[in-house]
Design a protein around this ligand. Structure first.
Ligand SMILES: [Zn+2]
Length: 145
């Protein structure tokens, strides 16, 4: 039941931006739609393979490009300069570790930041018609005891 619903949601997300539903697109969206998952294209390829879904690396690149162009996933560079992909739908900020390059997700609500209110406030300040924003905080995590 949950599985069917999940499938339907990726299908409708794809359709919502005018994209055809394909299995590679659904698998990529499902893989990326998780907390703290920001693979490179190569890691995504390996990860899908481990889940029993082999798609060629060039198909992965092609679909990552299409999904990014349509705003379904986010592409960014980690502190080490690696290109990574993010498809977690919960509005969140990134905590980027300057020493290891590791990127951790923090939901905006855990930071006390209301996405809509912040966008409206910035729109009022700048006069821009703002649709979205990304927040990346860079530094080092607290030392482990
Ligand atoms: Zn993220």
């Amino acid at each position: 039941m949950a599985r069917t619903k999940e499938k339907e949601s990726y299908r409708s997300r794809l359709r919502g931006v005018g994209l055809r539903h394909t299995m590679p697109r659904e698998r990529i969206l499902a893989y990326l739609d998780r907390k703290n998952v920001h693979p490179t294209a190569e890691e995504l390829y390996q990860g899908l393979k481990r889940r029993g879904f082999s798609i060629g690396l060039s198909t992965i690149y092609l679909n990552l490009h299409v999904l990014r162009e349509h705003g379904l996933i986010y592409e960014f560079k980690d502190p080490k300069g690696e290109t990574r992909f993010d498809g977690w739908t919960e509005p969140h900020a990134h905590l980027a570790d300057l020493e290891t390059g590791k990127v951790v997700d923090v939901p905006l609500k855990d930071l006390g930041l209301d996405r809509e209110a912040f966008l409206q406030e910035m729109a009022a300040k700048t006069g821009w018609d703002l649709k979205d924003f990304r927040l990346e905080l860079r530094g080092t995590p607290p030392a482990k005891e």
